[in-house]
Design a protein around this ligand. Structure first.
Ligand code: NAD
Length: 502
């Protein structure tokens, strides 16, 4: 481990945290306590202990943040030269990388994931700022062929004040993937991070300030969904909401947005199939399936949580998969093993209910199946990586999002059944296929109803590729140039030029 990183890891193990972590709202360019003075705690999932207190926001704090963001638009952020916005975002990208180690350790302390994954997430956040930095001066409109006496053109205007509600599983990278295009398009921002993971969105505030972002353009209100999230999405001065989280909360956010006719993107849950056909490269598929369900302990909206596998290779494949699963190393995220804890006691209990239901119904658990209570693993919230084999397609293990390290296996007889089973879900976020048959790969891409398809590499692609859901996984697209469209509105201008200059 490089020296800078290992020093900080030691500090975190010795003191339970690292120094100088921000813990107040960031409003109008400053860290400020809640109007009410209320605080709450954030827990290190690896130890189960609180490691920091932070401001718990309410309506009054939301009002202040939205008003600062509105004023920042009035001050001209939306009209600033695109190249100047671009330079701010490039500097932010570089500063994120300069702060790589501190950001990654804060992320691991807050959400539990192995350090290596946090380092990857921070690099991903830097890449998002870099990508959208390059887009600021390319948001160009069209001209329309109206004939010789008319002139028609369109311009992209910033939407205005945008709200970003973020979940706890990828706190910094999810914040970056929506904030960067919003800033690129000339919008101002109010972020409400998850109450379990408020720190890195606040660290980003300092980075954006150093990068030269004018005050009020980026604001963060920390606190619970009920006290801070709900007033933010209901605020009449919010022009766009990007909500990433669960289906039920998404439904309530959508209802609230309807009252003010506020535009929104919903990035919701998933139960994504990773489909392994008999003709695939088995070793690639094995490592693909392991990563798809056990990265971040399965707490990924797009996790490959259903293995749909052809009967011809089922036995050989699941035997190898179970062996590799049992060999995964588990512990505190800062030990940087293969699997970290799940994010909270409450979430652990949710996953434990699925495991005890699987056991009580005698389901075919071929790896794991238990909450870990061994103190050598850690005092925090750990779950064994689990595989449940031979499930019926209507079983709740195949239909409900568990959001933990639990893989549901569904055996199929042929390609047609594989496509049918892949589609048999209320969700439509992602679907993966492993095959050496070019034709089947593209038939799968054509026939499966999902926002993105991965062929022979689960989680393939980066910030360049639009991402979002179908069905109950939501609507709207983040990432790629598509995301910019959400943060700008088209204005069309049509002119009769024959009457001009008379
Ligand atoms: P959640 O819905 O409980 O919370 C998400 C965020 O919404 C948090 O910041 C929370 O404080 C806030 N919130 C809660 N109630 C609110 C309300 N009434 N109004 C406004 N905001 C409110 O979800 P979670 O448990 O934190 O996250 C896990 C879920 O997120 C999973 O379902 C997962 O699939 C989904 N997710 C989706 C994506 C995607 O890109 N599609 C990415 C990550 C996570």
């Amino acid at each position: 481990m490089p020296e800078k990183l290992s020093k900080l890891v030691k500090e975190a193990f010795d003191t339970g945290r690292i120094s100088n972590l921000p813990n107040k709202h960031f409003i109008d360019g400053k860290l400020v306590a809640s109007e009410s003075g209320t605080e709450m705690e954030s827990f290190d999932p690896g130890t189960g202990k609180a490691f920091i207190s932070f401001s718990s926001g309410e309506q009054a704090d939301v009002d202040k943040a939205v008003s600062a963001a509105k004023q920042a638009m009035a001050n001209g952020w939306g009209q600033s030269l695109p190249v100047n916005r671009s330079r701010v975002l490039y500097r932010a990208s570089a500063l994120i990388l300069e702060n790589l180690e501190r950001l990654a350790i804060a992320e691991t302390l807050d959400c539990g994931k192995p350090l290596n994954e946090s380092l990857g997430d921070v690099r991903g956040a830097a890449r998002a700022f870099e990508y959208y930095a390059g887009s600021c001066d390319k948001l160009q409109g069209d001209t329309f062929p109206l004939g010789p006496n008319h002139h028609g053109y369109s311009i992209h205007e910033p939407i205005g004040v945008t709200a970003h509600i973020v979940p706890w599983n990828f706190p910094l990278s999810t914040t970056a993937r929506s904030v960067a295009p919003a800033l690129a398009a000339g919008c101002s921002v109010v972020v409400k991070p998850a109450e379990q993971t408020p720190i890195t969105a606040l660290m980003l505030a300092d980075i954006l300030k150093q990068a030269g972002l004018p005050r009020g353009v980026y604001n963060v209100v920390t606190g619970t969904g009920t006290n801070a999230g709900a007033p933010l999405v209901a605020h009449p001065d919010i022009d766009h909401i990007t909500f990433t989280g669960s289906v039920n909360t998404g439904i309530s956010v959508m209802k609230s947005a309807a009252d003010n006719v506020t535009r929104l993107i919903l990035e919701l849950g998933g139960k994504s199939p990773i489909t392994v056909l008999g003709d695939c490269d088995i070793d690639s598929a094995l490592s693909g399936v392991l990563g798809a369900i056990f990265e971040n302990a399965g707490q990924i909206c797009s996790a490959g949580s259903r293995l749909v596998i052809e009967r011809s290779i089922h036995e050989e494949f699941t035997e190898k998969l179970a062996l590799s699963t049992k060999a995964l190393t588990i512990g505190h995220g800062l030990k940087d093993l293969q699997l970290g804890p799940v994010n909270s006691q409450q979430h652990l209990e949710r996953i434990a209910e699925y495991l005890s239901d699987a056991k009580s119904r005698g389901l075919d658990i071929i790896a794991g199946g238990n909450v870990i209570t061994d103190p050598r693993v850690g005092a925090g919230w750990f779950v064994e990586p689990t595989i449940i084999d031979n499930l019926q397609r209507n079983d709740r293990m195949c239909q409900e999002e568990i959001f933990g390290p639990v893989l549901a296996v569904q055996v199929v007889d042929d390609f047609a059944e594989a496509v049918d089973v892949a589609n048999d879900s209320d969700f439509g976020l992602v679907a993966g296929v492993y095959t050496s048959n070019f034709s089947k790969a593209h038939q799968f891409a054509r026939d499966v109803n999902a926002g993105q398809i991965y062929v022979n590499e689960y989680f393939a692609g980066g910030i360049e590729v639009p991402f979002g859901g179908n069905k109950k996984s939501g609507f709207g697209r983040e990432k790629g140039l598509e995301a910019l469209k959400s943060y700008s509105k088209i204005k069309s201008v049509a002119t009769n030029i024959s009457l001009l200059n008379k």
